[in-house]
Design a protein around this ligand. Structure first.
Ligand code: ADP
Ligand code: MG
Length: 462
């Protein structure tokens, strides 16, 4: 009977608070005892952290729904944790959370080695191609580069933490690995650990699920150099922030070097706890900008060398001049050009580059773009049916979706205005012109809409 109550409770929580809560927090939780006379129910969590989390956040939810499901007016919910009971002596009674472990965790050598090994084996992989040697320095990244070099000289010293900030594809990950590789080369014993924030979050969540938080904590505390990539993803992840906060403090206190990359400044990361935000800014914040033409040319030449190719100044300049906004795209262009040249056995020339980089969308893709495809993608995005688009309803949102459909049809196909109007049940083709102008006008001033349109276009081209 308790199992049924629990299952019903979970499905209510799913509806009310979302299934993520159930997946993350309530999977390993159970009712262990129900005293119908005293009206006390005991809920057991796999560890203290989960216990505290659910009791502080979801107490009310438990109270209300369990009372209802057990047919009582009032109910006393008591939360206990397995680990709390099992390791009672080990625990610091004053600790507010599982994460505030005593500073010095004494770990036997064997366990430590095993943990380090596991750390390295799992994610501590440093990309050997991302080194300082292959990183081209220009005005756009010289500050970040200089700081990175200085960190290699004296890790944990002056620039700690180091916060590397810059747009996507501008070389942040490359620099992180370069620092890691260089430090590892100087000191093969140093525990250098590169981790993406995404993985950090997943690893943290799974450590809670499987009740391995201590191990998780210990692994991170043994690191000498922590490289945490794309820290902006920690936004709004309260519990991960909490865990990370303690890891940060313990590494920082031990003067271990911590390096972050992010495409936002700490202050711009939404839903970032103040105390963590201020720590990210404690050390040096350095930014990387978009490269100038000269730097782009130098990067192209360096990258071509990696592929054992030589790029003439003229060709490099021509590729660099194409409208590419970051180094990753620049590299993408180069790779396409090199591949084309080698597959078709044509020399690397400006003409060839022009051919490769200015190509029309694939014929295949073009064939797929027809009225049905466009209409169905718009419908999918806004949850309408084709008959809605074809109807005469003037409901505001629907009218806009209809106009957007016309806009995309005009933009993405060669068909006439009359045909477009006809497809949507409009006799007068001036409706299409009006729709096109209206959307065009909005696109210019509305970033959100621009993004929406790009998404729908991508979907159409998929
Ligand atoms: P981010 O992490 O900032 O999004 P990456 O570090 O992944 O960017 O860089 C994208 C690609 O561009 C990588 O292949 C990287 O090697 C290359 N790259 C970026 N900046 C440079 C540079 N200054 N010199 C050489 N390669 C670079
Ligand atoms: Mg990156």
């Amino acid at each position: 009977m308790l199992t049924d109550v629990w299952q019903n409770f979970l499905s209510i929580v799913r509806q009310e608070a979302g299934s993520r809560i159930v997946e993350t927090w309530l999977k390993a939780v159970k009712i262990t005892h129900w005293n119908s006379e005293e009206k006390i129910i005991i809920i057991e969590a796999p560890n203290t952290f989960v216990k505290e989390w659910i009791s502080s956040k979801y107490q009310q939810l438990f109270q209300t729904h369990l009372a209802r499901l057990l047919h009582v007016d009032t109910l006393k919910v008591t939360f206990i944790s397995q680990t709390e009971q099992a390791h009672h002596e080990d625990h610091n009674k004053n600790a507010v959370s599982m994460f505030s472990l005593p500073k010095k965790v004494i770990i036997p050598g064997k366990v430590k080695n095993a943990l380090i090994h596991k750390t390295r084996k799992n994610y501590g992989y440093l990309n050997p191609n991302y080194t300082f040697d292959t990183f081209v320095v220009g005005p756009s990244n010289s500050l970040a580069y200089a700081a990175a070099c200085s960190i290699v000289e004296n890790p944990g010293d002056q620039y700690n933490p180091f916060f590397l900030y810059g747009g996507s594809g501008l070389g942040k990950t490359h620099l992180l690995h370069a620092i890691g590789n260089a430090i590892q080369k100087r000191d093969s014993k140093a525990v250098v650990f590169y981790q993406t924030t995404d993985r950090f979050i997943n690893e943290f969540i799974s450590s809670i699920r499987f009740n391995k938080i201590h191990l998780f904590q210990q692994r991170y505390r043994m690191i000498d150099i922590l490289l945490l990539d794309d820290i902006q993803f920690i936004s709004n992840k309260e519990q991960t922030q909490e865990a990370f906060f303690h890891i940060f403090n313990s590494l920082y206190d031990a003067r271990k070097q911590i390096i972050f990359s992010s495409d936002l400044f700490p202050r711009e990361i939404k839903g970032l706890e103040e105390r963590l935000c201020s720590r990210l800014e404690w050390g040096l914040v350095a930014d990387i900008h978009k490269p100038h033409l000269e730097t782009k040319i130098a990067i192209l030449k360096r990258k071509a060398q990696v592929h054992n190719e030589e790029l003439s100044d003229e060709v490099a300049e021509f590729i660099a001049q194409q409208a590419v906004s970051n180094v990753r795209e620049l590299e993408g262009s180069l790779v396409r050009v090199l591949a084309f040249s080698s597959l078709t056995k044509q020399p690397l020339s400006v003409d060839l580059v022009r051919k490769v980089l200015h190509r029309e969308p694939d014929e295949k893709k073009k064939e797929k773009i027809n009225f049905d495809r466009i209409a169905s993608c718009v419908c999918k995005h806004y949850s309408y049916r084709l008959s809605d688009l074809r109807s005469n309803s003037r409901a505001k949102d629907l009218s806009f979706a209809r106009q957007l459909t016309m806009y995309l049809m005009k933009k993405m196909t060669q068909r006439s205005l009359r045909e477009i109007g006809g497809f949507l049940g409009r006799k007068d083709h001036s409706t299409v012109i009006h729709a096109f102008d209206r959307v065009q006008e909005n696109v210019e001033k509305d970033n959100e809409l621009r993004l929406t349109i790009r998404r729908i276009e991508e979907e159409i081209l998929r």
